[in-house]
Design a protein around this ligand. Structure first.
Ligand SMILES: *[C@@H]1O[C@H](CO)[C@@H](O)[C@H](O)[C@H]1NC(C)=O
Ligand SMILES: *[C@@H]1O[C@H](CO)[C@@H](O)[C@H](O)[C@H]1NC(C)=O
Ligand SMILES: *[C@@H]1O[C@H](CO)[C@@H](O)[C@H](O)[C@H]1NC(C)=O
Ligand SMILES: *[C@@H]1O[C@H](CO)[C@@H](O)[C@H](O)[C@H]1NC(C)=O
Ligand SMILES: *[C@@H]1O[C@H](CO)[C@@H](O)[C@H](O)[C@H]1NC(C)=O
Length: 373
């Protein structure tokens, strides 16, 4: 076979794979969002959406934009040494093919056509949500982050700040983040030595979260941020709720403890205190998963940060947002009547033993072990 022909075929296969991925990710994303939100939607055999419900369901149809096509071809071109001429031809072909499909989809339903521009505008019309996730190397790390990434893939315009308490970033985490297609930063922020040596409860995740705040101060201009641990469980409706945050919002957190719950108390439609198993003289006795803050509000408070004080991280951070009083809290989740975030915890496990290379050195187990941290 001629070399250029072979390359062309590789390119086509590659592009098909990439599109299939895009299709899968966006397909899942919007369908499930509308199902969770109670909107009705159905897909025909080609995966085109036939919306029956709310306006929002209309977003889904044209998942592949011109920019995606150009990027995909470029990626294959770089990876396989494809000539620029062949790349240009492929781009043209794919664009005209995609446009044909867009047109027929348009006539099939009430869906209006989304051009690459309107699609892009749509993404930009929702302000970014910055999700700050502290994490550290342990056997549960990859499964937890897999679960969480699949939640975030259902949310529009998320920017995920994954910050490891580590000297070097875990490469399995980087690989996972790259596969999600999410906007992300993979940062490291080791806990300072003096806290590591301390006896008793350690202020875990503080260096990570402060690093996240530092990133936001330097790089974010609008939107909302939320501290989301990797072992919690999030209802995707939570993310649409926290977009409403003007200053600081709060909402109930389900706890898998005897107390069962941490939430603001609402009486006659207004804030009337906190319900939490451990008040301990805190001004803001809330769970880390129970509040969100607007980026602008943070930026107006250059000194705000989380203290290295185990058990008082939330309280210390919220107090550092002064001037800010409990009566200013914005109550989300239908006046705090719905649980959309769960403070779940995974059982701690021992790291797995090294593989016996004499027995298994020439088997698939070697590759599998590399995926476990
Ligand atoms: C879509 O409908 C319009 C008007 O009804 C028609 O002119 C056009 O050819 C149709 N396009 C396709 C691809 O069927
Ligand atoms: C802001 O973003 C840039 C580009 O990603 C990055 O290099 C820089 O480190 C970020 N700033 C902070 C303070 O994290
Ligand atoms: C409940 O709130 C309304 C207005 O917000 C107020 O007029 C009313 O007196 C309140 N009722 C009680 C029992 O506090
Ligand atoms: C929350 O409560 C207030 C005061 O009772 C009411 O005006 C508002 O409609 C409620 N909001 C929701 C989303 O239920
Ligand atoms: C921030 O902290 C510095 C040093 O502690 C202090 O001088 C300054 O007034 C503080 N700024 C604000 C806005 O609170």
């Amino acid at each position: 076979m001629k070399r250029s022909l072979k390359m062309g075929m590789i390119a086509v296969v590659g592009i098909c794979l990439i599109f299939y991925q895009y299709h899968l990710s966006t397909g899942i994303r919007f369908d499930q969002v509308s199902i969770f939100n109670g909107g009705a939607a159905a897909a025909d055999d080609n995966g085109n959406l036939l919306p029956i419900g709310d306006e929002d369901a209309y977003v889904r149809v044209h998942k592949i934009t011109e920019e995606m096509i150009r990027k995909a071809v470029f990626r294959v071109q770089k990876a396989n040494g494809l000539s620029p001429d062949v790349s240009a031809m492929l781009t043209q072909e794919l664009l005209s093919y995609a446009n044909k499909n867009f047109d027929s989809a348009e006539n099939n339903s009430r869906v209006s056509r989304l051009t690459p521009t309107t699609m892009a505008t749509r993404e930009e019309t929702v302000d970014p949500l910055y999700i700050i996730t502290p994490t550290y190397r342990r056997p549960e790390q990859i499964p937890e982050l897999t679960r969480m990434s699949h939640t975030l893939m259902l949310v529009k315009n998320v920017h995920w700040l994954v910050i490891e308490d580590a000297i070097v970033a875990t490469k399995q985490v980087t690989r996972l983040l790259e596969r999600t297609g999410l906007k992300f930063e993979h940062l490291i922020a080791p806990m300072p030595e003096k806290y590591k040596l301390k006896k008793g409860a350690k202020p875990r995740g503080v260096s990570n979260r402060n690093r996240g705040l530092q990133w936001i101060r330097a790089n974010a201009t609008n939107g909302v941020f939320y501290f989301a641990d990797d072992d919690n469980t999030y209802d995707i409706a939570l993310f649409e709720e926290i977009r409403k945050t003007r200053k600081v919002s709060m909402f109930p957190v389900g706890l898998c403890t005897k107390f069962g719950l941490s939430s603001p108390i609402i009486k006659n439609g207004t804030f009337a205190g906190f319900y939490d198993g451990w008040i301990a003289g805190r001004k803001f006795p809330v769970d880390m998963a129970g509040f969100a803050v607007s980026v602008n509000f943070l930026r107006q408070r250059p000194n705000a940060s989380m203290p290295y004080r185990a058990g008082f991280e939330e309280d210390g951070f919220l107090k550092s947002l002064a001037p800010f009083e409990p009566r200013e809290i914005e109550l989300l989740a239908d006046n705090c009547t719905r649980i959309l975030a769960w403070h779940t915890q995974t059982k701690k496990n021992e790291p797995s033993a090294p593989l016996d290379m004499k027995l298994y050195g020439s088997t698939n187990l070697v590759k599998l072990k590399q995926q476990i941290v």
